[in-house]
Design a binder for this molecule. Structure first.
Ligand code: PLP
Length: 388
């Protein structure tokens, strides 16, 4: 018997990264530069705290919204690092990875026919989750050659009476761009003026370079009741497999998120919550050490890309991605990613999977070892020498 998926599911498309993984499955001697997955093992003191919690029998359901211990640690972190004041009792919700938070935000606030603005290039989940909510994703394309600057007019032009929300990711996946305070202020101003919710994905906040300062939109005046700040542990603490993240939002927004969160997950993983507490209250040198290594790798990738003629690439100030424009070699990023896989045995993420503004680009992740990165970049360069 054949069972069709719901109409809702037919609206969304599979991730382009998954497609590349499928294409490369079974191939030998392949370098993977497509995934946003830190190669580091979770720092030891975090592992130890989880092992200890397991031994002590911390194996039961926890509070639906996360243990108060973790919510308090998150609230302290948000105040200290981000200038965001939240009540851990009512305004912090611990989620099963940050990805859950995006879905519950879309389903929680978007009605069928509503519109959500998305800064393009974007992290695909916000686009697909908007569709799942049967709402309309409205992209605002950012101009790479103008360093992805935000312009009031560009946002205003896309606003209608159905616009309800703005999705932003800062630092950006896929570009690695970090929005300036001025850009953040523009988004906040538009959100206040048109009474919009801002969903701010700040999962790469700790991974910034060259003394770049990350500004949280939730810390700006009159933004506390309209901002949903998303963060998590996957990237900064190399904890992708623990599936733990959180959202901070005003009490009313949080109450809606929590209603959905309960039916989606019941509660987040208990052991992971203990590990997350250790991550937040423990020493932070592990984060600095990982960022220093990402910085070294970023230098390598940029230097290798700089050797390729007719290639344009902005210098990213955050995350662990570069997003070069390869369109002078081949207009179709999908075809180009397949070509690199076949000829160079390197897997990259086609840029069009991150929006129209990503067409002709490839996302290269430098969250793999220095050696793999060296090999991967050398292969790409050698391959392109034959094309040029
Ligand atoms: C921008 C962004 N947001 C959210 C997520 C989801 O992270 P997690 O669910 O592992 O916390 C990712 C993962 O790649 C991401 O890149």
């Amino acid at each position: 018997m054949l069972f069709e998926g719901s109409n809702r599911v037919s609206l969304i498309k599979p991730s382009s990264i998954r497609r590349m993984l499928e294409l490369s499955a079974g191939m030998k001697d392949v370098i993977h530069l497509e995934q946003g997955e830190p190669d580091f093992t979770t720092p030891t003191h975090i592992l130890e705290s989880a092992i200890e919690a397991t031994r002590k029998g911390f194996t039961h359901y926890t509070d639906t919204n996360g243990t108060l211990e973790l919510r308090e640690a998150i609230a302290e972190k948000l105040e200290a690092d981000n200038g965001i004041e939240v009540d851990p009792q009512t305004e912090v919700t611990v989620t099963s990875g940050s990805q859950e938070a995006m879905l519950i935000a879309a389903l929680g606030f978007l009605n069928s026919g509503d519109e959500a603005l998305i800064l393009d290039p974007y992290y695909p989940a916000c686009f697909e989750d908007t569709l799942l909510a049967e709402a309309k994703p409205v992209t605002v394309q950012l101009d790479e050659e103008r360093d992805y600057q935000i312009h009031v007019e560009a946002l205003e032009r896309k606003i209608t009476e159905r616009t309800k929300m703005i999705w932003m990711c800062n630092p950006s996946n896929p570009t690695g761009h970090v929005f300036s305070k001025q850009d953040i202020e523009i988004i906040a101003e538009v959100a206040r003026k048109h009474n919009l919710i801002v969903f701010a994905d700040e999962i790469y906040e700790k991974i910034v370079y060259d003394g770049t300062r990350h500004v949280s939109i939730g810390s700006l005046p009159s933004m506390e009741d309209r901002t949903i700040t998303l963060n998590g542990f996957s990237k900064a603490y190399a904890m992708t497999g623990w599936r733990i993240g959180y959202v901070a939002a005003g009490e009313k927004l949080s109450a809606t998120l929590r209603k959905l969160h309960y039916y989606a997950v019941l509660c987040p993983n208990g052991i992971s919550q203990k590990a997350a507490v250790a991550a937040l209250v423990g020493p932070q040198d592990c984060v600095q050490e990982m960022v220093a290594e990402y910085s070294r790798r970023r230098k390598l990738v940029l230097s290798e890309l700089g050797k390729i003629r007719s290639l344009f690439c902005t210098v990213p100030k955050g995350a662990f991605y570069v997003f070069p424009d390869f369109s002078s070699f081949e207009k179709s990023d999908e075809a180009f990613a397949s070509y690199l896989l076949k000829e160079a045995r390197v897997v990259t993420a086609p840029g069009s999977g991150f929006g129209k503004a990503g067409e002709g680009h490839l996302r290269i992740s430098y969250s793999v070892s220095y050696e793999q990165l060296e090999d991967g970049m050398r292969r790409i360069r050698t391959c392109l020498e034959h094309v040029a």
